[in-house]
Design a protein around this ligand. Structure first.
Ligand code: ZN
Length: 203
């Protein structure tokens, strides 16, 4: 997917519809900075507003992702290419998210480890030990909801029994016992309680 080409195309279509970046941004309830970022090829419009953007610009999502008005002849081919590219990008983004989760997890564990070591091995009054150990847990406690959120939305969980792949609710992930990223949850398809492993691509 060529972001520069898409950006130029958005700018072109915006001007064709006699809109300034500001006016387009207002219609979409976003900042003009975001519009400017698309048009300079720095980012792709978020999927949540892509449809609305295309309606305003009088183009199809397929046109937008191709960076040009797609003719009927190669419409299906372009559509397939764009869909595959979107899936690939989502997988790449998920991979980055999961790597970030590990990094953030490790970073949040550092103060905890240091706190435990100081609390256990440096001689001091008991209440001071307790304060140090408890306060060293704060970064980890703050980080956990974010880490779980990443794990919930990045990729899919696969049921071991029926191989159904899905994105579970945050609550299910939050309360599920786990070994690494493999979680014990109730499958929405076969309704059995079993281990679900994390997979990046849907079959
Ligand atoms: Zn299942």
């Amino acid at each position: 997917m060529n972001l520069l080409k898409i950006g130029k195309f958005i700018a072109e279509q915006r001007k064709k519809n006699c809109l300034t970046q500001m006016q387009l941004a207002e219609k979409l309830n976003i900042t003009d900075r975001a519009v400017s970022k698309w048009e300079t090829g720095k980012s792709l419009p978020d999927s949540s507003i892509m449809l609305e953007l295309c309606q305003i610009l009088n183009i199809s999502v397929n046109d937008l992702l191709s960076g040009e008005v797609v003719t009927m002849n190669n419409y299906n081919k372009e559509l397939e290419n764009n869909l595959l590219e979107m899936v690939k990008q989502k997988q790449e983004a998920d991979k980055r998210l999961l790597r970030m989760e590990i990094l953030a997890g490790v970073m949040a564990c550092v103060p905890f480890t240091v706190g435990i070591i100081i609390g256990l091995f440096v001689p001091m009054e008991e209440w001071k030990q307790a304060v140090i150990v408890l306060s060293s847990m704060i970064p980890l406690l703050v980080a956990i909801p974010f880490l779980l959120r990443i794990e919930q939305v990045a990729g899919f969980y696969e049921c071991k029994k029926c191989h159904h792949q899905y994105v579970p609710q945050y609550k299910s992930v939050f309360i599920a016992p786990h070994i690494g990223r493999t979680r014990y949850m109730k499958c929405p398809q076969c309704h059995k309680w079993t281990w679900h492993k994390k997979v990046l691509s849907k079959e």
